[in-house]
Unconditional design. Sequence first.
Length: 110
Amino acid sequence: MAIALWLNVDGKGVIPTLQEAVERLDGAEGELVLDFVTVCRIDSMALRAMEGLATIADQKAVKVVLRDVNVDVYKVLKLVKLARRFSFSNSNHDRRTTKLEGRHAEPSAK
């Protein structure tokens, strides 16, 4: 079983961590986990860096998992159509990677 490469993303320095992630993709052995727990917002430069990371990860067949993504950051990723290029996990659950899907609550039948 391959061990995923794990990087903590600093909320004040998203781009340098994403650049490091790109540099370390060769050693990721199939999966790269980026912990976004301290990231509250991302700017357009970080979005471009994330798009570049996703493209290179696709070329190298590496799955990129974004862990503990803030809801507002997720909404931005969804809006610019980057969310579908990543998997998402939440530390409130066990360590298995789960895909976050945008589903709306169905009205209850009475």
